[in-house]
Design a protein around this ligand. Sequence first.
Ligand code: FES
Ligand SMILES: [Fe+2]
Length: 434
Amino acid sequence: MSASKEPQSPWLTWSQDPTDRVPYQVFLDPAIYEREQERLFRGPIWAYVGLEAEIPQPQDFKATFLGDTPIVINRDKDGALHAFVNRCAHRGALVCRELRGNRARHTCVYHQWTYDLKGNLVGVPFKNGLGTTAGYPDDFQTTGHGLQKLLIASYRGLIFVSYAHEVEPLEDYLGPAMRSHIDQVFNRPIRVLGHGRQFVSANWKLYAENVRDPYHASLLHLFHMTFGTYRSSQGGGVVFDSKARHTLMQSYRRNEADEVAAYKGTEIRTYQAKYTLADASLLQGRPEFPGLSIQTIFPSLVIQQIQNTLAVRHIIPRGPEQFELIFTFFGYADDDAEMQTIRRKQANLVGPAGLISMEDGHAAEIVQQAIVRDKDAASVVLMGGRGIANEESLVTETGIRGFWRYYRDLMGFSRSADVAKESTSWTHASAVSQ
Ligand code: FES
Ligand SMILES: [Fe+2]
């Protein structure tokens, strides 16, 4: 990685059409990464951080991240949700060092400042001195030395937090089209089945692109194509929210012969008729949802439904060239034992050792490895044209273009004169229906 913290150009100018070319610089530059933490993750957005089902009881807590800032979410003794930065107000240590648990107070290990579940400072050892030492000055107040509090809200059991004090209500941030799908997936109480963690040596935005890209899925993933869990020749398409920052990609089965016929005559390696599953029970689930769905909520949440396996994926940036992906698998509280077994077995489709999505992590890594010395080059995002609009097609990069447009605006990247001129039609093209 470059040692320089300075941006390579005064702020990066996306001098071509901003939606169909993406400068490699945005995946590499430490100064751009820093600006993302400030303007995006600490900006006017709601970031997903966990499920209410992970902290169901009063005093339950979970330590996680907002961007790369460590945070804690917990319930107080009345069950209300609170969120704060996991940084001691004394000298800055992590206050909460466990992933999750249940406790009445958080005590910093360093000098044992103690905070209640609303983040208020309630205990300071030796505050009034010890023996001949004076302790803290008389004007020292515990109020004003609490943990930094964040806004917290939940929708259908998905917990989001925000740094910004002026941010639209969470329901508006999600928008009606995205809420409608969340309502379907989170239609009744859920049960968390387990977690998976995957470290990927690539910029987090390469994964944000990947999950907005239905077109790669039947080309990269041999399993999808061969066993029919997803094919680009299936029915379906992409739906946006009104700002095209979130996407919902859905596919529906047509019939096996037609789906496969669409690939005949093309040189697509990922259809392998000779392969069969040694254990066919992997895909013998129960009818539940009409097809497959991958929903992305800007900036760092993915909600997935593949067959009977349900998961949320949380993307955590770990510097310009690394991210972590946390999968939280879940079913419904009223699942019978057989359904729990089906969901757990199908969890093998995704995750770091899965049959499908470990390839996505590797794809991001081989992009990162290749672009590292070519900051002036750019990737091409032209499949399906240049528009940003709902599409009844799975062969499109429109979701990626929507992501970049919203990202660019939040980041405040300047536009060249040409791009500014084009932006009128660009804005009209973005008027998508809910
Ligand atoms: S840094 Fe936490 S008590 Fe000192
Ligand atoms: Fe994929």
